[in-house]
Design a protein around this ligand. Sequence first.
Ligand code: ZN
Ligand code: ZN
Ligand code: ZN
Length: 375
Amino acid sequence: MTGTAPAPFTADDYTARMERAARAAADAGLAGLLVTPGPDLVWLTGYAPTAETERLTLLVLAPGQDPVLVVPTLEAPDAARAPAAPALTLRDWTDGKDPYAVTAALLDAHGRYGISDNAWAMHLLGLQSALPDTSYACLTQALPMLRAVKDAAELELLSAAGAAADAAFEEIRGVRFSGRREADVAADLAALLRRFGHSQVDFTIVASGPNGANPHHEIGDRVIEQGDMVVLDFGGLKEGYGSDTSRTVHVGEPTVEERRVHDIVREAQEAGFRAVRPGAACQDVDRAARAVIADAGYGEYFIHRTGHGIGVTTHEPPYMIEGEEQPLVPGMCFSVEPGIYLPGRFGVRIEDIVTVTEDGGRRLNDTTHEMVIVE
Ligand code: ZN
Ligand code: ZN
Ligand code: ZN
C-alpha cells in the first residue's frame, strides 16, 4: 500500500473513522486496536509511510483515549503531515530504544487487542514479550465489517475507479488479440488503467484458451489464437480506491457451446446482482448466482466464491460465499463475479462491482455483458 495517493478526506473524516473503530472494538470486547502500515492505517489516518521498514509504526486506538501513533523518530516529520495528524498524538522512538516498551506504556497489560492482519510477526512477538498477559485477534476476524460500509465520498471514488476500468475495457476491445502474447495484451491493459487515472495496477489477467480455465492464471507467453475465449480481469487503485472488473471476449466467431456457456455466466451474474438488497445475506448473492450455473449443469465448474468486498484494497470483506450470513447494508461494495471453468478448454467470468442501495443494488461497472468479439 505504500506510495498510494491518499484519498481526499479531511482530518474530521479520519477522526470520525477512528472513533467509529474504537467503538466497534469496545463492542467486540477488545481493549483496542493496533494498526500497522497497510490498508487499515490508510483508511483510518491517510498515512502510508514512504517505505515499510522493520522499524515499528503502530496506531493505538482505544475507547475513551486519544489515538496515538507510535513512529520512528526519523519518520515523525512525515507522520506529522498525515491527513489525520491533527487528531493524533505522535509518540516517537529513536533507534536504540525499545519500541515495544514505548507501546506497552499505552496498553492495558491484560487487554485483548485487535491487530492488523499484516502486522509483522516480529512486532507482535515484541509486544507479547513486553506485555505477556495481553492477547490478540486478527483485525479482519475481530471486526470484519470495519471498512465494509462506504460513505458517500468513498462511493464516489469507487464509482470513478469503476468508470476508469470500464474506459480501459472499451479501449482494449479494439486492440489486436490474435497473434499477440497474453503478456502483451496485459501490458496494454495496465497502460490503459494508468491512462484513465489509476496510480496502482494490482492485476491484469489475460487468460486465453485453456488458460482461461484456471481462475488463478494471470498471464504468460501463450500466443492468443483465432477461436480463443479470453478472460480479462483487471483492476487497481485510483485516488486510493479500487477497481476490479472481468469480461470474457472471443477472438473471431464463437462456437454454439462457447456462446451457451457465456450466456449462463451472464445470467448467473444477473441473478447474483438481483439478489443484492439490504437485509439479504452475503451467501444469498452466492446462492443466486450459483443456482443458475448448477441448474444449467455446470455447477462443478464454478470453483470459487461469487464475490469479495472492495475499498482501499481490491480484495477485502465482506465475502459473497456460502456460510457468510452477514446481512447486506446500504453502502457496502463488492464484486459479483461468477464463472465457469472447463479444464483444458476455456473459461468464462463476468465481474461487476456492485454497491448496496436502499432498495437493491447499483453496478459500478456498466460495459456490455454481451460477448465481445475481438480480432
Ligand atoms: Zn472459440
Ligand atoms: Zn477481478
Ligand atoms: Zn474480483
